[in-house]
Design a protein around this ligand. Structure first.
Ligand code: SF4
Ligand code: SF4
Length: 335
């Protein structure tokens, strides 16, 4: 089958499997390798050490799959128009873990590609690939000033999956860059983490600080954190391209009920795992959840929350204990 027909056959298969967008990048797509290396050299990845490992593999698909000829990028819309309101969890984490949902579908698509003679490697999030620049190279959209991928039909709310393949597919037409003079994401960021257009300092980003970062949240970021217990959507929520966002069709991404924050301070590890089983929040672990919950209660709680906060003042984990002290101080000062 010739390269265009093969691409269109696979697009039809991907859309039939429930993916919302599909594109193909050339195997030597420009993933802005110099920018990535500089970002790592500047330490902006914080303690996400895995990102600094093997930059050559991340920026050259043929180091991962030497016979690779093309790169498929698919997107799955996860937008939730009505998230629970008690406190905030990033929309991508409100329902089932996207890794499982995406990977199962990607493997199904790889199965079809195998019957067409291809050898494939599928990745969701954790692979040695730079999804966002690749998605832009595959014509899905463009990387906005917030560094997130924007797509004209779905805005910023796409999970991305990548398949390296030995099949020769015609690359998709690239999308124009459409941020224009807008700076809403830079202006709205509560911690000024988008230090310049297209430059995100993860060390200042609430998504990184509440999810990836393992130590105490630096004090300067605790008040700006507000009521965000897990992640941050601020730079996405303000993006004007999201006015065309549509609710996800994937039932497994429907928001689960949020637990009472105060009650979670008394949870055991088992209770935490039980509650968040099958969601992206589970990987956070109880101690980091409690660190974040204490910060949120310090910002938004009332006197009724003080007993639960005080019960953690002598916690065996110094990080949890210190965050409890901070939350108590903030709450007492406010009331
Ligand atoms: S996720 Fe939040 S903290 Fe991070 S860059 Fe966006 S607005 Fe700023
Ligand atoms: S908020 Fe504006 S500048 Fe930021 S990504 Fe969206 S369109 Fe681009």
């Amino acid at each position: 089958m010739e390269a265009v027909a093969l691409r269109e056959r696979l697009r039809a298969e991907a859309l039939a499997m429930g993916f919302d967008v599909f594109g193909v990048a050339p195997v030597h797509a420009d993933v802005r390798a110099d920018y990535f290396r500089q970002w790592i050299a500047d330490g902006m990845h914080g303690d996400m050490d895995w990102l600094a490992k093997n930059p050559e593999r991340r920026t050259d698909a043929t180091r991962v799959l030497p016979e690779a000829r093309s790169i498929i990028v698919v997107g799955l819309n996860y937008y939730q128009p009505h998230p629970p309101a008690a406190y905030r969890i990033a929309k991508y984490a409100l329902g089932a873990d996207y890794h499982d949902v995406m990977l199962r579908r990607l493997k199904k698509l790889c199965g079809v590609m195998r019957t067409l003679g291809g050898d494939q490697k599928p990745y969701v999030d954790t692979g040695p690939v730079l999804e966002k620049p690749l998605a832009a190279e595959a014509g899905l959209g463009w990387q906005g000033k917030s560094t997130i991928l924007l797509q004209r039909g779905f805005g910023t709310w796409l999970f991305l999956g990548v398949i390296l393949t030995t099949l020769e597919l015609e690359p998709s037409a690239k999308e124009a860059h459409r941020c224009g003079t807008c700076t809403r994401c830079l202006d709205a960021c509560p911690t000024a983490a988008i230090v310049a257009p297209y430059q995100l300092d993860a060390r200042r980003c609430l998504a990184y600080l509440t999810i990836e970062h393992d130590g105490p949240i630096p004090e300067e970021f605790r008040r700006p954190l507000g009521d965000r217990v897990f992640g941050c959507d601020e730079c996405l929520d303000v993006c004007p391209w999201n006015r065309w966002a549509k609710a996800t069709q994937e039932a497994r991404f429907a928001p689960r009920a949020l637990p009472d924050l105060r009650e979670t301070l008394a949870w055991t590890d088992e209770q935490f795992v039980e509650h968040f089983r099958g969601t992206p929040v589970k990987r956070l672990g109880l101690r980091r959840w409690q660190r974040n919950a204490l910060t949120v209660l310090g910002n938004t709680g009332t006197a009724a929350d003080l007993p639960a906060i005080r019960s953690l003042l002598g916690h065996a984990d110094p990080m949890v204990a210190e965050h409890a002290q901070w939350a108590e101080r903030e709450l007492v000062a406010r009331s």
